[in-house]
Design a protein around this ligand. Structure first.
Ligand SMILES: Nc1ncnc2c1ncn2[C@@H]1O[C@H](COP(=O)(O)OP(=O)(O)OP(=O)(O)O)[C@@H](O)[C@H]1O
Ligand SMILES: [Mg+2]
Length: 591
């Protein structure tokens, strides 16, 4: 940890954090003023009490004493009221800023390239958006304001102490070097331990996220014990880091207390002699004892708040790292507004496309094919041959390095992302549903689609009666990721969505899961509805789908090895025939 309070990059981070404060600068200033007033009022009490003891009690002036005591009581009440408003103001400010930051980070994440998520664990992003931002609460709701206030209080106390008795003040200050050493050692260690806490919180989050998602596999392979042990390991490291922080606090606070007691003892010892020799009054001694109590509190608070500030800045650096990730797919400067995309089927062309998720290992090699407007193309090939990758490229989730992908004879890069995604309807192999109702999942929370429109589309697809059998019908809640529905049912819901949104290009990754014959009939019927008057590419697993295709593309290890119609390809007696014999003819119940 650097001995300086903030290094230059940290200063930069700090400045960036302050930008989030700008919209609330009025609230911030009010909070600061309230804190400042409290900070100045606090040390006035001993000063006043000293005067009460020396002037009023000593002189036996009871009427003046009553007024002064009333005055001190009012001061205490005023301080309590100020404290209330100060806490409410600064904490509301903190929460408002956290809210803005969370939204900013989440919106940023929403627009990142798919590729970014290939390499960043979701748990990490979760930690950044939730707990790292939470850490900043300390900066905004307490840190900034408290540090200012405590400093001011310290200075006010020191001035009043000097005015009251500079000799006693110098005695108290003799403790300061010891205190500085204690603060330095504490800050260094506790910071390091807090950084470890943060790191393990992120690890716990990623581990939990990943392993709950993959829970069925863990259970199927009886790996619960191993997973529990792994989790326990990270948990213990987290616990150790946490206990370390507690350990440093448990040493630091008593050390400061001890020093305060030492200062107190010195003042009592020296002060009483001075009182006896009538060098100072009794009131000065009492006031000094009160000052010492007050003097050490801000020091302790400052050490703690600087810590919170530094930790907050470490969190902020991580958050800004996410915000600085500019892994976006950029829209063209002058996008093509091609109305054809939405009003009639359009062609799709691949021209010598080469692509690899890792540029050194291409998974598509020199791919060329043409899908005529309004026709259906089936892609077949062994697992890992690059079929889904073709879809990822048409949707422009990844950028190609070589070749061209044209939609209606225009490169995909010439369309905006929004246009492209609106024009293409996608049904994935494993349809993802959001936690919400069936209706929400069909409309994707778009209020423009009425229930009757949704029902009509569901009737065409043939899933209406199934939905009506569910408790609450269209308002049946599907659970997280649509866990309560089968893969086939989820695909059918995705088909209804397509009819509703009516895109002219369809990319369909057929479900490989075994589907009962009734759902199979429904899906075949749905396909008839969905495929007509649209340009479709289907990664096909069912013979019936392949047979209805206008063209079949056969892929092998990232290359197109054959293409044509089903019967032609069978006659060729090549790779397709082999694939067909192996994959379809032998065991699939549908064929
Ligand atoms: N996000 C990714 N990052 C890195 N490599 C990937 C990614 N997705 C796929 N790959 C690799 O690219 C190759 C092609 O994958 P792709 O998903 O296109 O195959 P596929 O033909 O759809 O297979 P399947 O029939 O099993 O779905 C595979 O070797 C795979 O390991
Ligand atoms: Mg695939």
């Amino acid at each position: 940890m650097q001995p300086k309070l903030l290094s230059s990059t940290k200063k930069n981070t700090f400045h960036r954090l302050l930008i989030f404060l700008l919209p609330y600068k009025k609230t911030f200033i009010i909070g600061l003023l309230l804190t400042f007033i409290s900070s100045i009022l606090n040390p006035i009490r001993p000063y006043w009490i000293q005067s009460i003891i020396d002037n009023e009690i000593a002189a036996g002036n009871t009427s003046a004493l009553r007024i002064s005591i009333l005055g001190v009581a009012m001061l205490v009440i005023l301080q309590a009221v100020l404290m209330y408003f100060q806490i409410v103001t600064t904490h509301t400010l903190g929460q408002n800023i956290l809210n803005d930051m969370r939204n900013t980070v989440f919106e940023h994440i929403l627009h990142l390239k798919v590729q970014y998520f290939d390499k960043t664990p979701i748990g990490i992003l979760q930690t950044r958006t939730i707990s790292d931002i939470q850490t900043l609460n300390n900066i905004f709701s307490e840190g900034l304001v408290t540090i200012g206030g405590e400093f001011l209080q310290l200075i006010t106390i020191l001035i009043l102490m000097f005015i009251t008795s500079w000799q006693l003040t110098l005695l108290v200050l003799a403790i300061i070097p010891l205190l500085v050493i204690a603060i330095y050692v504490f800050k260094k260690n506790v910071n390091e331990a807090f950084n470890r806490v943060r790191k393990y919180v992120a690890e716990l989050n990623s581990y939990l996220q990943e392993h709950i998602t993959g829970l069925t596999i863990t259970q199927l392979f009886n790996k619960e014990k191993r997973e529990a042990q792994n989790f326990d390991r990270i948990n213990q490291l987290h616990q150790k880091a946490h206990i370390d922080t507690i350990y440093y606090y448990s040493i630091f606070f008593p050390v400061v207390e001890f020093m305060a007691a030492l200062a107190l003892a010195i003042v009592v010892w020296h002060g009483t002699q001075e009182v006896l020799q009538e060098n100072i009054t009794f009131g000065v001694l009492v006031a000094f004892l009160m000052y010492i109590q007050m003097f050490f509190r801000p020091i302790r608070m400052l050490a703690d708040q600087f810590n919170a500030l530094q930790l907050g800045i470490v969190s902020a650096e991580r958050i800004f790292k996410v915000l600085d990730t500019q892994d976006f797919i950029l829209d063209p400067q002058q996008p093509q507004n091609n109305p054809n995309l939405f009003h009639k089927p359009v062609s799709i062309t691949f021209e010598n496309v080469t692509f690899g998720y890792n540029p050194l290992h291409p998974v598509l090699k020199n791919i060329s094919f043409h899908v005529c407007a309004g026709t259906t193309t089936a892609i077949v090939g062994a697992t890992g041959s690059g079929k889904t990758t073709i879809f990822n490229l048409i949707k422009r989730f990844y950028e190609i390095e070589q070749g061209k992908i044209l939609i209606d004879n225009l490169p995909v890069q010439s369309y905006t992302q929004a246009e492209l995604h609106k024009a293409i309807g996608v049904v994935m192999q494993d349809v993802f549903l959001f936690s919400g109702s069936i209706y929400d999942n069909i409309t994707l929370f778009n209020p423009h689609f009425s229930l009757s429109q949704v029902q009509k589309a569901a009737e065409i697809i043939g899933i209406h009666s199934f939905i009506m059998q569910l408790p609450q019908g269209y308002y049946f809640r599907v659970g997280e990721r649509g866990a309560t529905l089968s893969a086939g049912q989820r695909q059918l819901i995705a088909f209804v969505r397509i009819l509703l949104y009516n895109p002219k290009i369809i990319l369909l990754d057929e479900a490989t899961a075994n589907i009962d014959s009734q759902t199979e009939v429904l899906i075949q019927n749905a396909l008839t509805q969905v495929l007509s008057h649209r340009t479709c590419i289907i990664i096909a697993h069912r013979l019936s789908t392949i047979q209805r295709a206008d063209q079949i593309i056969v892929m092998r290890k990232g290359e197109i090895v054959e293409s044509g119609k089903h019967d032609e390809l069978l006659q060729k007696n090549g790779y397709y025939k082999k694939l067909f014999m192996y994959q379809y003819a032998s065991f699939s119940p549908t064929y």
